[in-house]
Design a protein around this ligand. Sequence first.
Ligand code: CO8
Length: 257
Amino acid sequence: MKNLAVVFAPICTLTINRPQALNALNQETLAELKAVIQECSERPDVKGIIITGAGEKAFVAGADIKELTQLSKADAFTLAQSGQQIFKMIEDCTKPVIAAINGFALGGGCELAMACHIRLASDNAKFGLPEVNLGILPGYGGTQRLAQLVGRGKALELAMTGDMISAQEAKEIGLVNQVTPGQAELLELAHKIMTKMLSKGPLAIASVIKSINMGYEFAKDGYRVESENFANLTTTKDFAEGTSAFIEKRTPNFKGE
Ligand code: CO8
């Protein structure tokens, strides 16, 4: 695979590997992610999955912004829906999935982490939904899952300010389960927690995942509305301004158009 490094084992480690773009999720990476999650779900030798990012700087810094600028409204809607579906596959995987967050988890990267069952972070990790800086909103289920994890008030604050928070703050608000003092300890802790879960009855673990997820099925309309809003926003002048400003490394000047 071009953008993922995968070690198939009882504890399968899946590393998003585009460090030159801070592991941003382009469409090719998403397609690879879908194929690997599917394979892990089906292979009897894989019992659990750890998702992490290559390098020391980023878990995933979001969707690939340069690629987003090329999308038509219809493409943006399709991509948002297909990303939501892939993240839902992760959330609904009946084998435990741990996100080992080794750096920036922004936008689509934070959304990917939130789709995993457990989030562990090294102390250098940073979390946020900075899409409003680009004139868009999170389109991979982030508006729904952030509110589920941290409550509506904090979710609104984070998604409307676009602020980044530290791993420690993320733990305090319930976005992250545990923080390790360094990156070396991160995968170690992920393996330790995964090993504990894999020592339990696999049918019981699968049932816990299904039962807890079932409680959130009501939010489906929210996912649809999110992807429609995402597609609509990609047609605005604000989106053109926000993405140009990112590429040109300057502050955007939004006009609400
Ligand atoms: N997409 C594409 N390229 C990226 C991204 C990204 N998300 N993030 C970083 N890069 C690239 C930079 O352009 C840069 O490339 P180059 O060297 O060619 O200029 C390289 O990675 C290194 O980045 P920086 O120089 O910016 O590194 P800094 O240490 O100065 O800053 C940050 C690190 C703060 C993480 C900064 O890179 C940043 O703000 N990145 C963007 C974060 C962001 O806005 N993420 C949200 C993206 S939108 C999104 O995720 C929407 C999800 C829903 C999609 C729905 C359906 C389509």
